[in-house]
Design a protein around this ligand. Structure first.
Ligand code: ATP
Ligand code: MG
Length: 405
């Protein structure tokens, strides 16, 4: 095993990288400059790696933390070549990175997750077909690609439903609530007649998510099940352990997420979001080929975080099963907090007031501009027991002007 060998030549068609990249040796790369990339950079640097970020935005959260920031488009051939030659392994921090870029990089160096798996997560219809093929239940749905499909009487059993764009939806964007077939046709036209998925609106009791990490050798580990509260389609609160989810349901969710990782021959960190329905059954909502907002608590509450797992899978390091050492509650901090309630008057949230509470850890992503709905940071509250973590998180929420949960 060597960790000092030079990068392969640019015309390499097969990649031979060492099975394990030793911590402290060499460069890791990431496509994308958001907060997930920033937290990956921090975890990689803790392990002694240096990190290069490819991101066009000159002032991105990950670019600011990286050892090297390549400011170029994700499709820029020269920048991809430089990244691929510099780094012993490369990952992505968002699912909409062009698959062609991942494939180009894979000709130069080790890339995980694989482009095929990332591509599945870019298209809701393909994602749902993948769930079904792996034996993972998902919401009853129909794919809509033309005017006839958008007005078909056969859609009626799916109503009331949610029309979602097949591509590029996040934080509830690209979604419309629809009650009649006429609504569907109108909403589809309003979305620009792009391919969509109509999903039946399901009776949700809870929302949960599971993060698994699968190594190149097929070993899979997971974090504990996360219980998530969304507001206006955006994650607001994550509680771990999940206070309202029976152990058998959690075990089933973990098994389904592991089955998906296996079916995709996945390498890296994968998050699967599930609905727990009123009858207690589980339905997969969507998956993310990367660490996930609902896993941020793991930085402060687990001995191996989701970003440590990303580093380990990328570098081929052992995947010791993570242990949660403290119950945790995570509160997302959206840009709304940077404005006086109901106005556009800027303000600074009262950080000293929340940091005065025991067990509170503040994470800000270094975004220059606060906007409504924009994820600016999060708070993790840990304590010796779940009730104390929850009570402290409720106090923190009150001090910031966030609703109770
Ligand atoms: P993300 O930011 O997680 O990628 P997204 O924009 O892709 O979000 P979804 O996860 O599809 O959106 O939906 C956002 C939220 O809307 C869900 O967490 C859930 O609260 C609600 N929702 C979505 N689909 C359904 C459904 N079929 N039935 C009931 N509620 C739903
Ligand atoms: Mg979602």
């Amino acid at each position: 095993m060597s960790t000092t060998q030079p990068p392969p030549p640019a015309d390499a068609t097969s990649v031979s990288t060492p099975a394990t990249v030793s911590p402290g040796a060499g460069w890791l790369g990431v496509l994308g400059g958001g907060q997930l990339g920033r937290m990956f950079v921090h975890a990689a640097q803790v392990h002694g790696f240096r990190v290069a970020v490819l991101e066009p935005d000159p002032s991105s959260p990950a670019g600011a933390a990286a050892d090297v920031h390549l400011r170029a488009a994700y499709t820029d051939a020269g920048a991809l070549d430089e990244l691929g030659r510099r780094c012993v392994a490369i990952t992505t921090e968002f699912e909409n990175v062009p698959a062609a870029s991942l494939r180009a990089l894979a000709a130069l160096t080790r890339v995980s997750p694989p482009a095929d798996a990332v591509e599945v997560c870019q298209h809701r219809a393909v994602e749902k077909a993948t769930f079904a093929a792996a034996g993972v239940p998902c919401a009853p749905h129909a794919v809509i690609t033309n005017t006839e499909e958008a007005a078909a009487a056969a859609l009626a059993p799916l109503l009331p439903g949610i029309l979602k764009t097949a591509r590029l939806g996040y934080d509830g964007k690209g979604q419309a609530t629809v009650s009649t077939v006429v609504d569907v046709a109108a909403a589809w036209a309003a979305m620009g007649r792009v391919p969509c998925v109509l999903e039946q609106r399901l009776p949700l009791r809870h929302e949960i998510s599971v993060i698994v990490a699968r190594g190149r050798d097929g070993q899979v580990v997971h974090l504990p099940v996360q219980q998530n509260l969304h507001r206006q389609g955006i994650l607001a609160v994550t509680q771990v352990p999940a206070p309202d989810v029976p152990a058998a349901t959690s075990a089933q969710a973990v098994a389904l997420a592991q089955r998906l990782a296996q079916a995709l021959q996945y390498v890296g960190v994968l998050c699967v979001e599930f609905f727990v329905l009123e009858d207690g059954s589980l339905v997969a909502n969507e998956m993310a080929p990367r660490p996930h907002n609902s896993g941020h608590y793991s930085i402060d509450a687990c001995d191996v975080s989701q970003f440590d797992l990303q580093v380990r899978t990328l570098a081929g390091l052992p995947l010791a099963a993570p242990r949660q050492h403290s119950p945790a509650v995570m509160l997302n901090l959206l840009g709304d907090l940077w404005f006086a309630a109901g106005s556009d008057t800027p303000r600074t949230p009262d950080w000293p007031a929340v940091l005065a509470l025991p067990g509170v850890r503040l994470h800000l992503y270094g975004k220059a501009e606060a906007r409504l709905g924009r994820k600016m940071g999060h708070l993790t509250v840990t304590a010796a027991d779940a009730a104390t973590a929850r009570n402290t998180a409720l106090q923190a929420a009150a001090r910031l002007g966030l609703p109770a949960f």
